[in-house]
Design a protein around this ligand. Structure first.
Ligand code: AHR
Length: 634
């Protein structure tokens, strides 16, 4: 790839103008949004490998469990050890679990097995990680010390070297000959990120850390709201010992174990060095149930205050003490609380009243917290539910837009009012041929290069307007690519039980978030060729520039949405520039995607730039996203 171009007669020009002041870049501009969708946690980031570990997915039959061996039998009964674990699996002979589309078997790996067990016989239980056919045993160990009382027994299954990584595996528990056991909560964890017990999958965490997110918005999304009031995200049920968490039905059609509970969301943020951004349940469920503002809403407001107390309360407070007991004496660095999710869908018009009640209670107890509203649209014309009684600190705007429209939104915030609330683009993503809510995507559930280009164009707009756009996060973040694993058609990072990959959009996000200054430098594009879709036209190039005032680092981002290479003349006005720098480029066919089979089909490549001067040329490949890093003096 050639980066320096022979000047063409009328190249596009990008002036990076240090003679005019820029604006401060929000330190929280890039973060992550997450919820339980597409098997994001169970069968995804959360390390647990046993599917239906507590036999609660279906109380009529032991889903994902099957009898193993001649004369074996398994059945469910209501005789579990705790209130939150009412079910037990009676096993005669052997029982196998099929995992989340298999198990990740890798060489020289320790798998921590635990199971609540009781039996009239004391014989050991043989545990094997073996191929689905049963012909290959990858690891074996015994659970010993079984008694007639419920106990949580533990052992480690270790694979040897020389095993070829595979998902073709199941876990089998076999009883001593002729005996019957009762099982409750069977758990198997591979080594987790930073070896945290009940922790997260390593490969996915590495990818997330590489994104340098400044915050993590959780727990949703629709997942916060639930289809019904009964299925809302109730944080109290998601903290404390795992066996005390009942789990709940998510609006995405499957049951959540809540192994990834409030505590784990907080630890996950901490492990990424990101701040938690907590969304609290605000009294509206997806199918339309809502709580009227007033006394009926008071308990829900109290729940939110309790939840915040869990996150930042001192050891002397009820919920702060619970956090300490759960293992984290230090409060977490909470700055923002979001009240609800997409409450513009609440056509009863109750949101403003509900928001006022939450806002006042939160501000009274925690005046330093920023409160986010969710009817969106700071400057949307004709917004159905504008907030007039209280001014939120931020408004959450969601954009799931077709690529052309997403690119056109690169200038959306240029004209936004600079007074009043800041904007939090709390969910956004571009889509190409398939709308994300279609669920299934014949091309696979991750975006292609065209989406990445549109998103990068949009991000140049976020950066240039970072004085008003304070925060942003793509959604959804994670998808299990197995058939039946996804409910949303376009998602950032894909995986199965064993491996993972970032979409081109993942790389665009990572490139942008890793190269950002604390101050914008005004940019002007001239002589820009237009792009057209046959009916409409818009700019073919998009750009932003930010600098780190402390170091002189300058980050110039240029998106070439055209299908031809573009010679661009960069003019740095009002500053000297070092003669060397780097350029990282993400480019590929518009339809190009990454996948489990081809995880690195589209990835950024970085090269040195030499001969940089206040006016120099760069050749931008067709369909490309470039991040140019330079050093300037003034
Ligand atoms: O990101 C998927 C869904 O899109 C979220 O749950 C919801 O907030 C939005 O409508």
């Amino acid at each position: 790839m050639i980066f320096f171009a022979q000047p063409v007669p009328h190249p596009a020009q990008l002036t990076i103008d240090f003679t005019h002041p820029g604006v401060s870049v929000s330190p929280n501009l890039y973060g992550l949004m997450t919820e339980e969708i597409n098997y994001s946690y169970d069968g995804g980031l959360y390390g647990e490998l046993i599917r239906n570990r507590a036999f609660l997915d279906d109380q009529k039959q032991p889903a994902h469990w099957s009898p193993q061996g001649q004369g074996s039998a398994i059945s469910l009964e209501k005789s579990g050890p705790t209130v939150a674990r009412p079910m037990a699996l009676r096993v005669k002979g052997g029982a196998a679990n099929d995992g989340y589309w298999g198990f990740p078997v890798t060489p020289r790996t320790d798998y921590q097995l635990s199971a609540w067990v009781k039996s009239d016989s004391t014989g050991p239980i043989l545990a094997t990680l073996e191929s689905v056919s049963g012909s290959t045993v990858y690891a074996r160990a015994s659970l010993k010390g079984v008694t007639s009382n419920w106990q949580n027994l533990e052992t480690v299954l270790k694979t040897s070297s020389g095993i070829k990584p595979t998902t073709d595996a199941r876990l089998v528990l076999r009883t001593a000959p002729g005996t019957t056991i009762l099982l409750s909560q069977v758990s198997l964890f591979p080594p987790t990120f930073k070896r945290r017990p009940n922790g997260n999958r390593r490969d996915l965490m590495k990818m997330l850390v590489d994104m340098k997110p400044q915050f993590l918005r959780f727990p949703g999304g629709n997942y916060l709201e639930g289809n019904t009031l009964a299925d809302r995200y109730a944080f109290q049920n998601t903290v404390g010992p795992i066996e005390s968490r009942p789990g709940h039905l998510s609006p995405w059609g499957y049951r959540s174990t809540d192994g990834m509970g409030l505590f784990e969301f907080l630890l996950w943020s901490e492990e990424m060095r990101a701040k938690p951004l907590l969304a609290v349940y605000a009294g509206y469920a997806l199918k339309g149930e809502y709580i009227k503002p007033g006394p009926e809403l008071t308990p829900f407001v109290q729940d939110a205050l309790d939840e915040i107390e869990y996150v930042i309360g001192g050891a002397g407070t009820k919920w702060g003490a619970q956090r300490v007991k759960d293992g984290h004496p230090k409060p977490f660095p909470l700055e923002c609380v979001e009240v609800g999710n997409e409450d513009g869908f609440d056509k009863s018009g109750s949101y403003e009243g509900r928001f006022v009640q939450f806002y006042d209670a939160i501000k009274l107890k925690y005046p330093n917290l920023k409160v986010i509203s969710t009817t969106g649209g700071k400057d949307w014309p004709g917004l159905m539910f504008p907030m007039v009684q209280r001014s939120p600190d931020l408004v959450d705007e969601h954009y799931y837009s077709e690529c052309w429209d997403m690119m056109a939104m690169a200038t959306r915030f240029d004209g936004y009012s600079r007074t009043g609330p800041k904007v939090f683009v709390g969910e956004w993503a571009a889509h190409d041929l398939v709308a994300p809510w279609a669920g299934e995507n014949p091309n696979g559930p991750t975006p292609n290069m065209r989406c990445a280009i549109a998103e990068a164009a949009f991000m140049t707009g976020l950066e240039r307007n970072s004085d008003v756009v304070a925060m942003s996060c793509y959604a959804p973040l994670l998808v299990n690519v197995n058939p039946g694993g996804h409910q949303w058609a376009i998602n950032l990072i894909g995986y199965d039980a064993l491996s993972s990959f970032g979409s081109p959009s993942y790389y665009a996000q990572t490139m942008f978030a890793n190269s950002i200054g604390n101050q914008t430098v005004p940019t002007v594009l001239a002589n820009v060729p237009m792009q057209t879709d046959g009916k409409r036209s818009q700019s073919g190039l998009f750009a932003s520039a930010t600098r780190k005032t402390a170091t002189g680092a300058l980050f110039v981002k240029v998106v070439n949405a055209l299908s031809t290479p573009q010679d661009i003349e960069l003019n740095i006005k009002g500053a000297s520039v070092d003669p060397t720098g780097t350029i990282s480029v993400l480019t590929g066919d518009l339809k190009a995607m990454n996948s489990l089979a081809e995880p690195k089909n589209v990835v950024p490549k970085t090269k040195m730039l030499t001969g940089v001067s206040p006016s120099f040329h760069c050749m931008l490949p067709p369909n490309s996203i470039s991040v140019i890093k330079l050093r300037v003096g003034r």
